[in-house]
Design a protein around this ligand. Structure first.
Ligand code: DGY
Length: 325
């Protein structure tokens, strides 16, 4: 039999290693965009193909909104290679009957590992100590040099006890941290983790370290602002592994410059990327890394594979393994 039905057309917003997309081979026609370093959003070339696209595989730098959907009348699925979906207008996708896939679970451990790495790096002043050693300031063993904060016995406040927050809590138990958490409601898993549910204000007042793991929504935007920063201890360290806009950046700069809090470790920023001239980089008490929470070989490949599985399910009219809307 001569089957002339063409394979569905899928736009993959950016170049990715071929092996990561292997699941798509033979199941759809793929048109791939440029590397993210060339253009973070959807390129003009790919936009011209939207009218024919059946599926869209997006990175978190691609804004999927009503304007994009209006150009893509055939679109049957959007698959985001990220757990966060704040780059996507979920309500608009739902209005168009388009399921949106995302990648929870596979990045939980990688992101939780980096949370502890950032916390330890900031608490023990690793960037300053390393730079000082390299600059010849390691003249002798200094009894009072590069003194940091202990984790054992300190209190960690986790804002958002979802999958990643829980994985952070499990790691934190091993470091002897006392755990508080806040969020929209209590979590059954908290009891096993020894984490106590408290209002955000209490968490901020009582924590030595505050770690953000909530999604970006209208409720969480600028959750950490001039007012809430003032509730934190002058010795406190803020870690943001969630999304940059959870924190009011100007207020954070002011808080770090004026001793309102002691230090911050940021995997995500607002804006993102943070321009090299930004004041946060020049603060010795702030460590910024470029959104690398999930950046391990294994994790990023699994994210891409899961995004492929979501995409194929949407193209074939099956329920997505992980649907966000
Ligand atoms: C996500 O998946 O949302 C992370 O921010 C990137 O790994």
């Amino acid at each position: 039999m001569n089957n002339t039905t063409p394979l569905p057309l899928v736009i993959v917003s950016h170049q990715l290693p071929e092996a990561w997309l292997a699941k798509l081979h033979g199941r759809c026609r793929i048109i791939t965009g440029p590397p993210t370093t060339v253009e973070a959003g959807l390129s003009a070339d790919l936009r011209t193909l939207l009218p024919q696209a059946d599926g869209l595989f997006s990175l978190l730098t691609v804004r999927v909104d009503e304007a994009l959907l209006a150009q893509a009348p055939r679109l049957r699925v959007v698959s985001n290679m990220a757990v966060g979906v704040d780059n996507i207008d979920l309500a608009a996708c739902s209005r168009h009957g388009i399921p949106v896939g995302h990648t929870p679970g596979v990045l939980t451990d990688g992101t939780a590992d980096l949370t502890l790495a950032l916390l330890l790096a900031v608490a023990r002043q690793l960037p300053t100590a390393a730079a000082d050693a390299q600059a010849g300031k390691w003249t002798t063993w200094l009894p009072t040099g590069w003194l940091g904060a202990d984790l054992q016995g300190a209190t960690l406040g986790i804002v958002g006890l979802g999958k990643i927050g829980q994985a952070v809590a499990r790691r934190a138990q091993g470091f002897g941290l006392r755990l508080l958490y806040s969020g929209p409601h209590e979590k059954a898993e908290a009891a096993d983790l020894g984490a106590t549910y408290v209002p955000l204000e209490t968490l901020l007042c009582e924590s030595d370290f505050v770690s953000l793991h909530a999604p970006l929504t209208t409720e969480t935007r600028h959750l950490i602002n001039a007012q809430t920063l003032r509730l934190m201890r002058p010795s406190a360290i803020l870690i943001n592994m969630a999304r940059g806009p959870l924190v009011d950046t100007a207020a954070l700069v002011d808080a770090l410059q004026n001793g309102v809090i002691a230090a911050a470790g940021l995997d995500v920023t607002d804006p993102e990327p943070l321009p090299p001239s930004h004041p946060l980089y020049s603060l010795p008490n702030c460590l910024v890394v470029p959104h690398i929470g999930s950046a391990t070989q294994h994790t990023r490949r699994r994210m891409a594979e899961l995004a492929c599985e979501n995409l194929l399910a949407g193209l074939e009219g099956r329920p997505l393994p992980h649907q966000a809307n």
